[in-house]
Design a protein around this ligand. Sequence first.
Ligand code: S3P
Length: 422
Amino acid sequence: MLFHKSHPLKGEITVPGDKSISHRGIMLGALANGTTSITNFLKGADCLSTISCFQKMGIEIEETENEILVHGKGLHGLSAPKEILDAGNSGTTTRLISGILAGQNFSCDLTGDASIQKRPMKRIMTPLSMMGADITSVHNNGCAPLHIKGAPLKGISYQSPVASAQVKSCVLFAGLYADGKTSVTEPFLSRNHSELMLSSFGASVQTCGTTATIEPEPVLTAQKVEVPGDISSAAFFIAAGLLIPGSELLIKNVGINPTRDGILRVCKQMGANLELLNTRTQCGEPVADILVKHSELNGTVIEGDLIPTLIDELPVIAVMAACANGETIIRNAEELKVKESNRLEIIVHHLSEMGCDITGTEDGMIIRGGKPLHGAVLDSHLDHRIAMSFAVAGLVADGETEITNADCVNISYPGFYRDLLR
Ligand code: S3P
């Protein structure tokens, strides 16, 4: 895919549904009694992997033009899959499903693509084993494929070493099947979509600071889930609108949950002209339209409890920082090394290739912004957010930027290039 300096972005855009919420809608819909309807479901490859895993466990899932219908069978209604469950590229599918599988009365194997088979799974194997689950890494390397033998689970109080919604959700989902309360405490608060959706389906979930606690064995009841637009997808249009001179763009129907809105806070810190309009709540999730106008940006510091609220946006934030005046320092972002690719390394490499003055650090990067970016040939490393972030960089760089292996955007945003280049 080729990119050149862009004309101003004007008008309105609606980005696809939130990936995290779409996954959780399928999972809780499958475990609920009754039929859950999900509108604005993200039909990206990751969420389709979640659908396929539950279909293999006997859940009927119907796709219509505007809605997904999940015919739930209750907490104990899943059946043993006849084949290996394949999570594709999706860390959320792998980690969240593992929590559910740990409490079943059958065994199964769970795998994914080459990237998933390199991502750390010890972070879920440890708490699930503490709960009494029998979960092993087939190649004994702490990664998928995983063999999970369902077992009676006991409630635990788990102190997670990482702020990860995938770990937290895995443990809370296993907690549905435990013999007592289960709680997870994390160093910083990660996205809370599981807690919100579990409550709306009828589970008893309490939160206090960075601790979430769940009671076992509720009856989950089917819901209507309206998925808001994904702020992680909106992020590319926020960045493009801010960076491309003359732009004025209204991004409609975006989820702005405070555990996900770090990008908005960082944009403000950098001096962005950005307004939230029509703020409302939809299925317990805050939603707004975001009006973005081209702005001169300044460098900033991004660290600590802000990091989990913008973890997936850091690649495109780095592009913004490269175009901003002055220095941006990103710290405490070591999690970037274990995403779909080693994003820390790739961001530093690709931005350097484009002429940016950037230094990678142990847990982040220092970007001395303001030097003009120039076009380069950049590989996505099959990482959707790398492809989309550098597509945005290509719209502001001099000359031509080529993204190779560009199709991986289908993971979270089918139609991204059509929307960006319209
Ligand atoms: C997700 C949580 C985050 C995020 C991922 C989706 C989720 O991962 O990076 O894209 O849906 O729970 P971690 O929880 O591992 O940080």
